[in-house]
Design a protein around this ligand. Sequence first.
Ligand SMILES: [Zn+2]
Length: 260
Amino acid sequence: MAHEILMLGTGNAFLPHGRHHSFCCIDRKHIIDAPPTALASLRRAGIPISDIETIFVTHVHGDHVFGFPFLLLERRYISDREMVKPLTIVGSKLVKERLWQLCQLAYPGSLEEIFQTINWVEESSGIVNEWTFERFKVLHDASVDPHGYRLEHSSGANLVHSGDTGPCEMLYQAIERSRIAIIEMGIPEWVPSEEHHKPSHIESLSQRVPDTKLLLTHTFLDMEDSEFEVLMSNQYPIFPNNVTHAYDGISLLWDGNNWN
Ligand SMILES: [Zn+2]
């Protein structure tokens, strides 16, 4: 069975030039997080909003969930007026609370009805829409309930999504038994934080998992062809061959054994 990983956005919270917020879409119907640029990203890719069946939420920082009310509003008034297209949201208990708060803030009175139709999955493992998922804790601001995911389809296709995190043994063990990791590289070397990956962390990880592809997202790097003054950096670190700097629109296909 063919599968697709499509990166609809690849930037960190600050939107480096040429990038939307980090945003991953699987098989054009499952998304990971709902960043502020989510609606723009889905429109740009021509993916109907009501085609989205599953949202896996990693944590509740603004750059990961503040786009949610716009997705729900679009479904309610444009692409799913009858409210018959199923939507499942996978996330911790805090996720449901926060998404409800966001909808109440953004469009009071407009989203209550469709919000009630959402299928919530709060368990940390299970099967949703043919994908077996595991959600595990990662190292990031504890107040936003940070997690990563490992997904595996009955066809054998599998992947890890790091969410936002610094180096994390649980994450790395999940990556070791997967064909690809979509992993954040949120900060440059000089930022004093242990809650994101830096280039040196990616270098070490790439040597630990030489047979796993690492697709870098949530990056601080401007696109190289940007015409604007450099925001944080456009100096691309050179990594081993198993590492790819993702860009908005990059897609990988499952060939039965690997993502290419
Ligand atoms: Zn975060």
